[in-house]
Write a protein that binds this ligand. Sequence first.
Ligand SMILES: O=C(O)COP(=O)(O)O
Ligand SMILES: [Mg+2]
Length: 221
Amino acid sequence: MHALLSDIRLVVFDLDGTLVDSVPDLAAAVDTALADLALPMPGEAKVRDWVGNGSRILMERALEDALGEAPAAAFLDTAHERFLSRYGEAPCERTRLYSGVGEALAGLAASGRRLALVTNKPAAFIAPILRATGIERYFGMCLGGDSLPRRKPDPLPLMHVAKHFDVAPAHCLMVGDSRHDIAAGRAAGFRTLAVPYGYNHGEPVAASRPDEVVESLAELV
Ligand SMILES: O=C(O)COP(=O)(O)O
Ligand SMILES: [Mg+2]
Protein backbone atom coordinates (compact mmCIF):
# COMPACT_ATOMS: atom_id res chain seq x y z
CA MET A 1 0.00 0.00 0.00
CA HIS A 2 1.07 3.59 -0.70
CA ALA A 3 2.30 5.37 2.47
CA LEU A 4 -0.46 7.98 2.15
CA LEU A 5 -3.03 5.22 2.74
CA SER A 6 -1.72 4.03 6.10
CA ASP A 7 -4.40 5.72 8.21
CA ILE A 8 -7.03 6.00 5.47
CA ARG A 9 -10.28 4.09 5.94
CA LEU A 10 -12.44 5.68 3.24
CA VAL A 11 -11.30 6.50 -0.31
CA VAL A 12 -13.54 8.78 -2.39
CA PHE A 13 -12.95 8.75 -6.15
CA ASP A 14 -13.81 11.24 -8.82
CA LEU A 15 -15.11 9.59 -12.03
CA ASP A 16 -14.42 11.49 -15.28
CA GLY A 17 -10.72 11.84 -15.96
CA THR A 18 -9.76 9.81 -12.85
CA LEU A 19 -11.30 6.35 -13.24
CA VAL A 20 -12.62 6.61 -16.81
CA ASP A 21 -11.65 8.45 -19.96
CA SER A 22 -15.18 9.55 -20.82
CA VAL A 23 -14.40 12.43 -23.16
CA PRO A 24 -14.94 10.47 -26.42
CA ASP A 25 -18.60 9.86 -25.44
CA LEU A 26 -19.07 13.29 -23.85
CA ALA A 27 -17.69 14.97 -26.98
CA ALA A 28 -19.88 12.88 -29.28
CA ALA A 29 -22.94 13.98 -27.27
CA VAL A 30 -21.88 17.65 -27.29
CA ASP A 31 -21.22 17.43 -31.04
CA THR A 32 -24.60 15.90 -31.86
CA ALA A 33 -26.45 18.24 -29.48
CA LEU A 34 -24.90 21.25 -31.22
CA ALA A 35 -25.56 19.77 -34.66
CA ASP A 36 -29.23 19.32 -33.58
CA LEU A 37 -29.24 23.09 -33.01
CA ALA A 38 -27.54 23.79 -36.35
CA LEU A 39 -24.34 24.94 -34.61
CA PRO A 40 -20.75 23.85 -35.43
CA MET A 41 -19.39 20.80 -33.57
CA PRO A 42 -16.45 21.54 -31.23
CA GLY A 43 -14.82 18.07 -31.22
CA GLU A 44 -12.91 16.15 -28.54
CA ALA A 45 -9.94 18.46 -27.88
CA LYS A 46 -12.09 21.43 -26.85
CA VAL A 47 -14.55 19.32 -24.84
CA ARG A 48 -11.62 17.84 -22.88
CA ASP A 49 -10.87 21.31 -21.45
CA TRP A 50 -14.54 22.05 -20.65
CA VAL A 51 -15.35 18.96 -18.54
CA GLY A 52 -15.28 19.20 -14.75
CA ASN A 53 -18.13 21.41 -13.54
CA GLY A 54 -21.10 19.31 -14.58
CA SER A 55 -23.07 19.01 -17.79
CA ARG A 56 -24.83 22.38 -17.71
CA ILE A 57 -21.58 24.31 -17.51
CA LEU A 58 -20.11 22.02 -20.16
CA MET A 59 -22.90 23.08 -22.52
CA GLU A 60 -22.58 26.72 -21.49
CA ARG A 61 -18.90 26.62 -22.52
CA ALA A 62 -19.77 24.85 -25.78
CA LEU A 63 -22.46 27.41 -26.68
CA GLU A 64 -20.25 30.33 -25.79
CA ASP A 65 -17.55 28.91 -28.06
CA ALA A 66 -19.99 28.31 -30.94
CA LEU A 67 -21.88 31.61 -30.64
CA GLY A 68 -18.98 33.87 -29.67
CA GLU A 69 -21.00 35.17 -26.71
CA ALA A 70 -22.71 33.90 -23.57
CA PRO A 71 -25.95 32.03 -24.44
CA ALA A 72 -29.39 33.22 -23.29
CA ALA A 73 -30.63 31.12 -20.34
CA ALA A 74 -33.55 29.61 -22.29
CA PHE A 75 -31.26 28.56 -25.16
CA LEU A 76 -28.83 27.02 -22.67
CA ASP A 77 -31.74 25.05 -21.15
CA THR A 78 -32.67 23.73 -24.60
CA ALA A 79 -29.09 22.82 -25.46
CA HIS A 80 -28.55 21.14 -22.08
CA GLU A 81 -31.69 19.03 -22.61
CA ARG A 82 -30.34 18.03 -26.04
CA PHE A 83 -27.02 17.05 -24.45
CA LEU A 84 -28.68 14.95 -21.70
CA SER A 85 -30.78 13.16 -24.29
CA ARG A 86 -27.83 12.52 -26.66
CA TYR A 87 -25.46 11.42 -23.86
CA GLY A 88 -28.17 9.18 -22.42
CA GLU A 89 -28.42 7.37 -25.76
CA ALA A 90 -24.76 6.30 -25.62
CA PRO A 91 -22.92 7.13 -22.35
CA CYS A 92 -20.34 4.34 -22.64
CA GLU A 93 -19.65 3.41 -26.24
CA ARG A 94 -16.02 4.50 -26.12
CA THR A 95 -15.58 5.25 -22.38
CA ARG A 96 -12.73 3.16 -20.93
CA LEU A 97 -11.06 2.61 -17.55
CA TYR A 98 -7.61 4.15 -17.28
CA SER A 99 -4.80 1.69 -16.81
CA GLY A 100 -4.27 0.67 -13.17
CA VAL A 101 -7.84 1.43 -12.07
CA GLY A 102 -9.02 -2.19 -11.88
CA GLU A 103 -6.01 -3.28 -9.78
CA ALA A 104 -6.31 -0.26 -7.49
CA LEU A 105 -10.02 -0.74 -6.75
CA ALA A 106 -9.64 -4.49 -6.21
CA GLY A 107 -6.62 -3.99 -3.92
CA LEU A 108 -8.19 -1.23 -1.86
CA ALA A 109 -11.45 -3.15 -1.45
CA ALA A 110 -9.55 -6.30 -0.44
CA SER A 111 -7.70 -4.26 2.22
CA GLY A 112 -11.04 -3.54 3.91
CA ARG A 113 -11.18 0.16 3.05
CA ARG A 114 -14.52 1.64 2.09
CA LEU A 115 -14.80 3.14 -1.40
CA ALA A 116 -17.18 5.82 -2.68
CA LEU A 117 -17.62 7.89 -5.81
CA VAL A 118 -18.33 11.64 -6.03
CA THR A 119 -18.66 13.06 -9.54
CA ASN A 120 -20.03 16.33 -10.88
CA LYS A 121 -21.74 14.55 -13.76
CA PRO A 122 -25.52 13.95 -13.46
CA ALA A 123 -26.19 10.98 -11.16
CA ALA A 124 -28.34 9.20 -13.77
CA PHE A 125 -25.23 8.39 -15.83
CA ILE A 126 -23.16 6.90 -12.99
CA ALA A 127 -24.60 3.37 -12.86
CA PRO A 128 -24.59 2.73 -16.64
CA ILE A 129 -20.92 3.73 -16.83
CA LEU A 130 -19.83 1.76 -13.74
CA ARG A 131 -21.71 -1.27 -15.04
CA ALA A 132 -20.26 -1.04 -18.54
CA THR A 133 -16.73 -0.76 -17.16
CA GLY A 134 -17.26 -3.54 -14.58
CA ILE A 135 -16.48 -1.55 -11.40
CA GLU A 136 -19.95 -0.96 -9.91
CA ARG A 137 -19.52 -3.47 -7.08
CA TYR A 138 -16.70 -1.56 -5.41
CA PHE A 139 -18.62 1.55 -4.38
CA GLY A 140 -20.71 1.73 -1.21
CA MET A 141 -22.07 5.15 -2.18
CA CYS A 142 -22.15 7.18 -5.41
CA LEU A 143 -23.13 10.86 -5.66
CA GLY A 144 -23.59 12.94 -8.82
CA GLY A 145 -23.47 16.69 -9.41
CA ASP A 146 -27.23 16.88 -8.92
CA SER A 147 -27.50 14.58 -5.87
CA LEU A 148 -27.08 17.33 -3.25
CA PRO A 149 -27.66 21.12 -3.24
CA ARG A 150 -23.94 21.83 -3.83
CA ARG A 151 -21.26 19.99 -5.81
CA LYS A 152 -17.45 19.99 -5.94
CA PRO A 153 -15.47 22.21 -5.33
CA ASP A 154 -17.89 22.58 -2.41
CA PRO A 155 -17.00 20.02 0.29
CA LEU A 156 -20.67 19.05 0.92
CA PRO A 157 -20.74 15.77 -1.06
CA LEU A 158 -17.47 14.60 0.51
CA MET A 159 -18.67 15.44 4.01
CA HIS A 160 -21.92 13.61 3.25
CA VAL A 161 -20.05 10.45 2.26
CA ALA A 162 -17.71 10.57 5.29
CA LYS A 163 -20.72 10.92 7.57
CA HIS A 164 -22.53 8.07 5.83
CA PHE A 165 -19.61 5.72 6.51
CA ASP A 166 -18.95 7.28 9.94
CA VAL A 167 -15.29 7.96 9.15
CA ALA A 168 -13.54 11.10 10.45
CA PRO A 169 -12.26 13.38 7.62
CA ALA A 170 -8.64 12.85 8.73
CA HIS A 171 -9.04 9.17 7.75
CA CYS A 172 -10.54 9.97 4.33
CA LEU A 173 -8.74 10.40 1.00
CA MET A 174 -10.06 12.25 -2.07
CA VAL A 175 -8.66 11.01 -5.38
CA GLY A 176 -9.24 13.17 -8.46
CA ASP A 177 -7.94 14.74 -11.64
CA SER A 178 -8.99 18.35 -11.25
CA ARG A 179 -8.60 21.40 -9.05
CA HIS A 180 -12.26 20.99 -8.02
CA ASP A 181 -11.50 17.58 -6.50
CA ILE A 182 -8.48 18.88 -4.62
CA ALA A 183 -10.31 22.01 -3.38
CA ALA A 184 -13.31 19.94 -2.23
CA GLY A 185 -11.06 17.40 -0.51
CA ARG A 186 -9.02 20.03 1.29
CA ALA A 187 -12.14 21.94 2.39
CA ALA A 188 -13.67 18.71 3.75
CA GLY A 189 -10.52 17.99 5.79
CA PHE A 190 -9.58 14.95 3.65
CA ARG A 191 -6.11 14.00 2.44
CA THR A 192 -5.86 14.55 -1.32
CA LEU A 193 -4.28 12.60 -4.16
CA ALA A 194 -4.26 13.63 -7.83
CA VAL A 195 -3.72 11.91 -11.16
CA PRO A 196 -2.12 14.04 -13.91
CA TYR A 197 -3.74 12.34 -16.94
CA GLY A 198 -7.31 13.62 -16.66
CA TYR A 199 -9.15 16.86 -17.36
CA ASN A 200 -8.14 20.02 -15.54
CA HIS A 201 -9.01 22.86 -17.91
CA GLY A 202 -5.62 22.52 -19.60
CA GLU A 203 -3.60 23.15 -16.39
CA PRO A 204 -1.40 20.73 -14.42
CA VAL A 205 -3.36 19.50 -11.38
CA ALA A 206 -0.15 19.66 -9.31
CA ALA A 207 -0.69 23.44 -9.23
CA SER A 208 -3.56 22.77 -6.79
CA ARG A 209 -0.99 21.25 -4.39
CA PRO A 210 -2.55 17.88 -3.61
CA ASP A 211 -0.80 15.87 -0.87
CA GLU A 212 0.42 13.45 -3.56
CA VAL A 213 0.37 12.94 -7.34
CA VAL A 214 0.60 9.43 -8.85
CA GLU A 215 1.01 8.66 -12.55
CA SER A 216 -1.23 5.59 -12.26
CA LEU A 217 -3.68 4.48 -9.57
CA ALA A 218 -1.87 1.13 -9.59
CA GLU A 219 0.76 2.91 -7.44
CA LEU A 220 -1.78 3.01 -4.59
CA VAL A 221 -1.60 -0.75 -4.13
O1 LIG B 1 -19.10 15.89 -15.55
C1 LIG B 1 -18.20 16.66 -15.16
O2 LIG B 1 -18.21 17.87 -15.41
C2 LIG B 1 -17.02 16.15 -14.38
O3 LIG B 1 -17.21 14.94 -13.75
P1 LIG B 1 -16.15 14.47 -12.61
O4 LIG B 1 -16.52 15.25 -11.39
O5 LIG B 1 -16.42 12.99 -12.54
O6 LIG B 1 -14.78 14.77 -13.12
MG1 LIG C 1 -12.73 14.54 -13.00
